[in-house]
Write a protein that binds this ligand. Sequence first.
Ligand code: GLN
Length: 495
Amino acid sequence: MNELIKLSVLEMRDGLLTGNFSSVDLAKAHLEEIKATNSTYNSFLTVTEELALSQAAAADVKLSLQKSNSPILTGIPVAIKDQLVTEGVKTTCASKILKGFIPPYNCTAVKKLLDDGAVIVGKTNQDEFAMGSSSENSAFGVVRNPWDIESVPGGSSSGSAVAVAAGQAPLSLGTDTGGSIRQPASFTGIVGVKPTYGRVSRYGAVAFASSLDQIGPFGRCVEDAALCLRAIAGKDKRDSTSMEVPVHDYLHEIKKFDGHLKGLRIGLPKEYFIPGMDKEVEDSIRQSLKTYEKLGAEIVEISLPHTEYAIAVYYIVACAEASSNLARYDGVRYGYRYPEAQTLSEMYEKSRSLGFGAEVKRRIILGTYVLSAGYYDAYYKKAQQVRTLVINDFKAAFVNNCDVIATPVSPTTAFKIGEKTADPLQMYLGDVFTVPCSLAGLPGVSIPCGLDSKNLPIGLQLIGKPFSENALLKVAYSFGKETKFDTSKVIGRRF
Ligand code: GLN
């Protein structure tokens, strides 16, 4: 194994600027690691070796000309979730229906990384169309967790989380609709950021549930994730829901942390400590809050009374939007087409029933049902009304009680492969702590805060007010700074 893969992005930047190594060295080190470990983890669906080496060579030229004036990500390897379209590079969303699809353009977030000189090492495996929490819904095989290869890495951005956790790339992009960045970050012991809805352009992110989807970064430390977020954030005229809000230099701001958080009120929602959750997860979260108290923050109990409805609301709204978004895969314009159809309707029917996996079909059926004439009011409309109540819970907490909310990311640590596949509802219930934040469009960060007795990582979720990523990342950063808890240094890691 090449030691270069263990560096943080800032250390890589230093090495590139001092000439200790080149972007091509970095790209080769990571490509080698992917080659050596992908058969174990199955985290990459496509490895873009040639492209990466040519992008790295171009980055080296840029570095030699522009030196420290070059963008901070120049020559830094990144991995991209297969949900994001990449020009000339296969993009399948881990679905058979898009097998072999080569998009003619780049997703805005990817384009921004490329404009900054980043080097794309490949496209990562995931749950099909980002529907799932374990990677077990990928049409191309399950992704394995580097902490225990018999356990899932979480989902749906499974491969992106594993790529970073296992040293296949220092940074990656995922998408988060109801937890798909935060939960795999927590299961693999890394940092994941779901930005405020509207912070990052969704242009080129294949749509699952358009009122919830957001693109965000994974990194092994808060600083790395912060500088990646800065690179991809901002208004984009191609996504009307992206917002014209200033993008801070997050890294610069978090570095201003001076060792205390006096005056900060951290809300602990009482509804988030539920029966059935792992005792070790609960203990670890409570322990983490002591660290924040030590730093001068005040912990206040808050109530988010509609939390218990969030899962139901999420699975109605997300499925409804998915059923509409996925109507485009009809075998006509792109993707899989059943070759032997005799009639048009047989072509539609067979292309879709053979092209989509079971979970995607389940959601299309559920979504179509809740939108159908006789049931619209009872399900979809009602869910939208309750969504407003969930949003108002957060609003009230932020207005009256606290600046940031702290919760577990997931009620359990990584579970075994196959453990929940027979019972979709059980799988859905695992999203209980991540979906409310998504329904409210708020930013959420997952940071590693401990290990359980099986040596599996535990994640702490920090939720902020809309567009408060700056403050939120500072709170996230302060935890690691104070505790020195750093999963990337824990013995037992597979790299
Ligand atoms: N696990 C959730 C689901 O299955 C969230 C997925 C996501 O955020 N893309 O829908």
